[in-house]
Design a protein around this ligand. Structure first.
Ligand code: ZN
Length: 480
């Protein structure tokens, strides 16, 4: 399993003391010995700061009454022993939070600029000039060394929504998942880890690419886990446990999670599914809903269990399924709706009143993944079914017709009344290519010959001499 970024085991970090612990309220003692123990304390304090997602940490916050601070903002990590502010310039107003007072933000006036003198872990004298946000961080951390908390010098205190404090691990791979993860990050949710598929060769040239979810995670400096197979589950469960998630969120992750992984998060594991469950359980709900001619679609957020999309429901969001929508368009609309529905579900979970309504098994059906060949057009079918197939596989992989042994991807078509032999070309004009089916006619208006770019019928007619009376094959078995 590939691991990118830092995931810190419990023995390499320290526990934060609760906000009412007396060590937070008394002046800390100066460090006298610049020894190994001091180095170990600094290392563990830094690890604790990274694990908790903070930008600074003072030793009293982990129960050590010593004048020791670590910070990390921008690119740089600082370790300050016996620090002292030697000069102050100007003031700045702004909001800040504190790992020792979780769930609150306060408006605090701080110096605009500070110069801080300190010793490094080996006892060498040093100093740092800070301005703006870094000056705020240093001023906040040095207050801790004198028993001060930001909350008592705040002019205004805001209580954060409880769901914003949850430690979230996100699991997903494709674009759908990336859109949902992006919404979480935009809203300021605390995503402490991401699980996604291994990097794979994709697209033209088959270059190895990271998944869209991995790219987003790396941008946000979030650790990424990429298990290769089920054989990695034990290791995955171990790393997940180190991340101490409150909640696991999956979106299009592509596999059922075993009990040891479902058991890691403190609150539970939830999934964002692209259908109104119990309808269309499985890997391809978007294509299957279009193929079936459904008129309503939507999103279900549910508590995961060991079954396939069978867990109790927290929240549903419905949307009409337009009868001209393609899979690509429905994917994008459902990803947006899924992001909104997830944020609503997270509020319910944060408030502690998220429902868990069992699914009605009698109404369940499956949406298994698309297999090779399903995108081939069978002209014996009804025109409405052919047209749905075209939308269900647009833009990828494209519904395939066979003409003179050549593959044509049909990207757009409409249904018309009339009669014609299945696959028979009845009209070739700028208005489209009219083709007979088992029942009704299909007018093709946009297509893509194998190895060419997508084109309008006009362009196609100019380049290819398709004639009225020709028949497109309905049996693809002879296809290479
Ligand atoms: Zn603090």
């Amino acid at each position: 399993m590939e691991v990118t970024g830092r995931i810190i085991p419990p023995e390499e970090r320290l526990a934060l003391v609760p906000s009412d612990h007396p060590v937070l309220r008394r002046p800390a003692d100066a460090v006298r010995d610049f020894d190994e123990a001091l180095g170990a304390l600094l290392d563990k304090m830094a690890n604790t700061m990274y694990h908790e997602g903070g930008v600074g940490l003072a030793a009293p916050q982990v129960g050590e009454g010593k004048r020791v601070v670590v910070t990390h903002y921008g690119e740089e990590r600082l370790e300050l022993v016996n620090p002292e502010i030697v000069t102050i310039e100007g003031t700045q107003d702004g909001y800040e939070g504190c790992l020792s007072v979780p769930g609150y933000m306060g408006e605090v006036q701080r110096p605009a600029k500070v110069r801080v003198r300190y010793f490094d872990r080996r006892g060498r004298k040093s100093w740092v000039d800070a301005e703006g946000w870094p000056a705020r961080v240093l001023s906040h951390e040095l207050d801790h060394l004198d028993g001060g908390l930001f909350i008592e010098c705040s002019t205004r205190v805001l209580r954060l929504r409880p769901e914003k404090a949850m430690r979230i691990v996100f699991m997903g791979t494709p674009e759908f998942a990336a859109i949902v993860l992006d919404a979480l990050l935009e809203e300021g949710y605390k995503v402490v880890g991401v699980v996604t598929a291994p990097d794979r060769p994709r697209g033209r040239g088959q270059r190895v690419h990271a998944s869209p979810v991995k790219d987003l995670a790396l941008e946000g400096d979030i650790p990424v886990l990429q298990p290769e197979s089920r054989a990695d589950d034990e290791e995955l469960a171990q790393y997940l446990a180190w991340l101490e998630p409150d909640l696991l969120i999956t979106a299009a992750y592509g596999r059922i999670l075993p009990r040891p992984i479902l058991d890691v998060p403190r609150i539970g594991a939830i999934n964002v599914h692209a259908s109104l469950l119990p309808r269309y359980r499985g890997a391809a709900p978007i294509q299957r809903q279009i193929l079936a001619g459904e008129e309503t679609s939507g999103i279900t957020i549910y508590w995961m269990d060991e079954g396939m999309d069978s867990g109790p429901v927290i929240h549903r969001a419905e949307m009409p399924l337009r009868q001209d929508i393609t899979a690509g368009e429905l994917h994008d609309e459902l990803a947006d709706l899924g992001s909104e529905a997830l944020l609503e579900a997270l509020e319910m979970i944060g408030a502690g009143d998220a429902p868990a309504e069992p699914q009605d098994e009698s109404r369940a059906n499956l949406a298994p993944k698309i297999v090779r060949g399903e995108n081939r057009i069978d002209w014996q079918r009804r025109a409405v079914e052919v047209e749905r197939r075209i939308r269900a596989f647009c833009p990828r992989p494209g519904a395939e017709a066979l003409w003179r042994g050549r593959r044509l991807k049909i990207l757009e078509a409409t249904v018309e009344e009339g009669e014609g032999g299945p696959g028979e070309v009845l009209e070739v004009s700028e208005r489209g290519i009219l083709v007979g089916t088992g029942n009704g006619l299909c007018r093709i208006t946009r297509l893509q010959p194998a190895g060419k770019r997508p084109m309008s019928v006009n362009e196609f007619v100019l380049g290819y001499d398709m004639a009225v009376g020709e028949v497109m094959q309905t049996d693809h078995d002879d296809q290479a």
